[in-house]
Ligand binder design. Structure first.
Ligand code: HEC
Length: 107
């Protein structure tokens, strides 16, 4: 009997891509809010309101655009007292910037 070898190869590829499609959006089970709590809330508070006494401005009332927030947290800003996050992934930075501009800012 002829074995349709290319068939099984195709099945394996489908299985692999199918699997990665399932695991991909989770990003370790963290969304923008959880990432904000992890990286930012220690200074800016979980509300995003900042800490006046420590000289931390409000993140939620910032006039920066989503793109500028992304640049600030991913690339940093010169002469800033805010740290950069060398271990943060670009995807995470995007989620956080989106969370700050689209969710925190509305509240
Ligand atoms: C170690 C404390 C600290 C952490 C952690 C921190 N920030 Fe900041 N952040 C600051 C300080 C201080 C400033 C003031 C900016 C400066 O000195 O340039 C600032 C400024 C900002 C601003 C600009 C406000 C404005 O309008 O100029 C935004 C937006 C912001 N932070 C968002 C974030 C986000 C999002 C995170 C998490 C990824 C984060 N910060 C983590 C201390 C912190």
């Amino acid at each position: 009997m002829k074995t349709p070898r290319h068939y099984s190869v195709a099945m394996v590829i489908v299985a692999i891509t199918g699997l990665s499609a399932c695991t991909e959006p989770e990003t370790g089970g963290r969304n923008g809010e959880q990432l904000f709590l992890k990286y930012c809330a220690s200074c800016h508070k979980s509300s995003g309101g900042g800490n006046f006494l420590k000289g931390v401005p409000s993140a939620k009332h910032t006039r920066l655009t989503e793109k500028q927030i992304l640049q600030l947290i991913y690339y940093g800003r010169t002469h800033s007292r805010m740290p950069t996050f060398p271990r943060m992934k670009l995807d995470e930075a995007k989620m956080i910037a989106g969370y700050v501009s689209n969710q925190l800012r509305r509240n």
